[in-house]
Design a protein around this ligand. Structure first.
Ligand code: KG4
Ligand code: ZN
Length: 346
């Protein structure tokens, strides 16, 4: 079927409202971004030191229609050109998710366009397909504000979680440590910048857990940073914040990267993918690149703009759902805790 100015393409409208970005995108054939509009609320939530769910929902309501219109205009297409609408249906803030889901359902119903529910983490993983074709089996290291997971994929939409965090997510640990260092929300990028100016000279623990475990834990590290700060202030010692940021980052990265490499070797994967907001971390990108090169496994990392929440990644994942005929009905709901393994049955 002929779809756009560019010829025979399947156009998917992606919608993402799971946290504090209202985003809409049009992606052609699952891989070509025609538009990716992101209305960030970070400045609004900054003054509260984190995302306020009720405020987030209200801002999504205000932004969603314009964001979708802008995405269609920039892609130079209309609703009639769309093959499907893909929307994040979980996990996330339920009131925030519902805004995107309601908008997607309204358009789907009004125009008779197929609807696809997308798992937010599947979206982060599929951001990589906007860069490079996936080759299976592959291993995805997912590191975001709410998730830290090692996911083994043997084929499209087949997600096996090898390990995950037992407490804080990596991004959450970054944000909490940033707060202790009086850095603004979201703290990850600030720590990343500060870490580049310091040296990892302050001893901090590495949470390896049991020898064969692919799980993670960051709350002990976070407490160790807080204790270090507290002890220094009790003794009237001025700690170098850049050194502390570098030491914290070194601990997080070493554990993330070494567990990823071990799992990649054990499962003999073709590719390693990096996904989620923390994938924007320069130190992590450099170290993982270095280690994957050493062991001779291909690494795919999305560009910075596709690491944090955006709708192009939701459209990219939705395209696979579309090809598999995994359509949602109009009773699709927003689900705060949606397991990744079940997302194929939505
Ligand atoms: O994936 P994302 O945009 O939202 C969630 O799905 O959670 O991830 C946001 C997280 C925040 O915790 C933020 O601090 C972190 O990603 N982040 C970073 C960097 N950029 C964003 N963490 C470390 N270094 C960065 N450069
Ligand atoms: Zn995310």
């Amino acid at each position: 079927m002929s779809k756009t100015k560019t010829g025979k393409q399947e156009l998917i409208l992606g919608i993402e409202t799971s946290c504090d970005e209202t985003s809409a995108a049009v992606v052609a054939d699952g891989r070509i971004i025609l538009s990716n509009i992101i209305a960030s609320q970070a400045d609004i939530h900054k003054r509260f030191g984190g995302v306020v769910p009720e405020v987030a929902s209200r801002r999504h309501v205000e932004n969603i229609t314009l964001t979708i219109e802008e995405a269609l205009t920039e892609a130079n297409c209309s609703l009639d050109d769309l093959s499907a609408i893909a929307v994040t249906c979980g996990p996330g803030l339920v009131g925030a998710l519902l805004v995107g889901v309601a908008a997607a359902k309204a358009i789907s119903f009004a125009r008779g366009i197929p609807l696809i529910g997308v798992h937010h983490i599947a979206g982060h993983i599929y951001a990589n397909r906007l860069v490079s074709e996936m080759e299976f089996p592959l291993l995805a290291l997912v590191v975001s504000g709410g998730h830290t997971e090692l996911v083994l994929m043997r084929e499209h939409y087949d997600f096996a979680i090898l390990g995950q965090t037992r407490d804080d997510a990596a991004g959450e640990a970054y944000d909490k440590v940033a707060r202790a260092l009086a850095l603004p929300y979201p703290g990850g990028p600030h720590i990343d910048r500060l870490a580049a100016e310091g040296s990892p000279s302050i001893p901090l623990p590495r949470a390896w857990l049991e020898a064969d475990s692919y799980d993670f834990s960051f709350s002990g590290l976070k407490s160790a940073v807080l204790n270090t700060l507290h002890n220094a202030s009790q003794r009237g010692i001025e700690l170098d914040r850049a050194d502390l940021a570098a030491s914290f980052q070194a601990s997080v990265i070493e554990v993330l990267v070494e567990k990823t490499i071990r799992a990649a070797v054990e499962h003999n994967v073709e590719q390693v993918l990096l996904a989620g907001g923390v994938a924007a971390n320069r130190g992590l990108r450099e170290r993982l690149t270095e280690r994957c090169r050493e062991i001779g496994i291909a690494l795919v990392i999305p560009p910075l703009a596709l690491c944090t929440d955006n709708a192009a990644m939701i459209a990219a994942a939705g395209y696979i759902g579309y090809q598999k005929g995994m359509f949602a009905s109009l009773d699709l709901n927003g689900t705060a805790n949606l397991p990744l393994e079940t997302s194929v049955r939505l």
